[in-house]
Design a protein around this ligand. Sequence first.
Ligand code: ADP
Ligand code: ZN
Length: 720
Amino acid sequence: MYVEVLVEIKNKHLDRTFTYSVPKELESEVDLGKRVSVPFGKQSLEGYLMGIVKKPDFETKEIESILDEEPVLNKEMMELGNSVKDMTLSSLSSCYAAMLPKALKASKKIQMKKKMVSFLKLCFPIEEIESLCTETQKKILHLFESKDIVYKKEANKVSASALKTMLKKGWLEELESEIYRYQKGEVEKKERKKLFKEQQIAYETIQKSLNQSGTFLLHGVTGSGKTEIYLELISDVIKLHKTALVLVPEISLTPQLVHRFSECFDRIAVLHSKLSDGERYDEWRKIIRKEVDIVIGARSAIFAPLENLGIIILDEEHSESYKQESTPKYHAREIAKIRSATHHCPLVLGSATPTLESMARAQKKVYTYVPLTKRALDLEMPEVTLVDMEEEIKARHPILSRELECKIIEKLNKKEQILLLLNRRGHSTTITCSNCGFTYRCPYCDITLTYHKSSNQLRCHYCGYTIYKSDTCPKCKEESLNFYGLGTEKLEDYLEEVFPTAKVIRMDKDSTTSKGAYEKIIEEFEEKKYDILLGTQMISKGLDFENVSLVGILNADQTLNIPDYRSNERTFDLLCQASGRSGRNKKKGEVIIQTFMKDSYILQCVKNHNYINFYKYEMNIRKTLKYPPFYYLVTVTIKSKNYENASKESQKVKNFLTHHIEPSSILLGPTTANMFLVNQVYHFEINIKYRFDNQLKNALKELDEIYLSNTLVSIDIDFH
Ligand code: ADP
Ligand code: ZN
């Protein structure tokens, strides 16, 4: 028998299969999608079994072993890998690597073990042996009152010697069994809520098409109850003996969301980045063993090998976290469309602020538009006030405006809770010497260092470079260092100073590094142990706190000034999502947005909760400037440690493209990238805008190949 093996090796030149022969004794184990170990040159490498072929007319080597009992890639996944490869112009093995959990990738050389645990089983009815037991033994016996099997650990805690005796007498029996590492804990079951009229109509529209592929845009304002519609649809899907795949952005994958699903359903697997490799491996095997009906996960869960999919849901479809920023640069929405077609099931894109691309498709009726215009429970949308910070600075209120400060005091008095969004972590963004003008900058990147007070360190938010802050200026040795720019740490200090009795908690990347820290903050805030939750955009999405009636946004326009065609859209999304956290239960919500651009049309749209006006305005800009969704956009980034090389090669790339793509396509650049110098690497960019270009993909592929062997310069191709 002869097989084709995709060898996992970090070299794109070898992104192809090689033929091997299979020794007689291994033939019965051959199955496509399993991993094998093969000799390759002088080494032994791992790869995937891709096909069975006829005897070739050249010499072949033998495969050494077959590593899996069950294939790690099923047929759908093997094909999907090829689609990802085509879409992203990356190697097939990098695609498979992105699709599989770490423990199941080829060549990771980690042996993941199942977690085995000892259980105890009672061999006689309790009544029969109770009278024979000592008091301690009885305690162990009573562990079996509510369950059939008990952890050995649990009984050991009561008394190890009593347990030993009971085992010896044959009253108890010990069993070994695999347990899954990730335990969600018991959740009390609750009825699904009865849908409101608008929800019911939305639900029925999608429900009618459960047996066919098609994309729905569920456009529902924040708090309109999209989750309840998902639950209703999934319940139908399960009745049809099919499965459901639910994608949410990493930061919305809150314990709150998983909890709500667990109240309604049992057989759920959860996949997110905070799981350990072992936990992820276990969750994955639950899916393969068909022990779950529902998978809830972040981006890469789109590859969960659920069979018989009945619905795919992408919640917060506008979230940029659905795009992978490393190779292969896939977009989960595009993968979802492929799977929806394969399984003949609907794809639901849910959002309060859909991407312009999705909204444009809905308007063209490529997607079915399903609106939810009102908040559930007859709640009103929160009232948004824009505060002009120029005035506030004159009035010496540069951090909290007078209006926001008053409102905070009012809410604190009423024992209502407050969210404050400041999308910048650390203490100060710049430290400058007032004597000599020295500023702390990253030696490797084109950026100032951010001061983190808790560790007294300055850190580069691009590359992670870290140094301790000195008391005097490193250059002129004067004690004249000044702190500028507001970060979450400084705001935390400030709040404690201004509202000394308020209990304040901070949530950002720095305060949530340890396992469970994020969950703990949410839980304790929910239990009202804190009055104010301040944080970066982590607090802007998905959270549903019923006692929050004020949201303050501190540097609202910071993202408007970033030179990127999506800046307006990003800002609008962030502000709407953050505002949407206010007034989600009974109490009327209020939002205060502090800005230097009070008259900006974008902010006016946020104030009036007017997505459609924002959409029209921004579409006009995109049309004029030829950006998506009117044009497709590809960015080629040219990178080198040497400035001259980067610059020179950028010109060459431009020349190459000029001659290889269609004349109707627009070539822009080379220019220096937004993040020009990162970790000592210089970045240049070339942008290509096009509508139809049959030559482009081939040109980019060719370009990619030319630069594969270049050790001084590398390129990176990104489809927007
Ligand atoms: P969205 O995801 O659209 O922002 P949620 O699904 O979080 O909104 O719902 C907002 C709030 O409204 C939640 O507290 C939810 O429990 C409540 N809710 C939604 N639908 C109903 C319903 N049909 N009956 C009662 N409460 C509902
Ligand atoms: Zn740096």
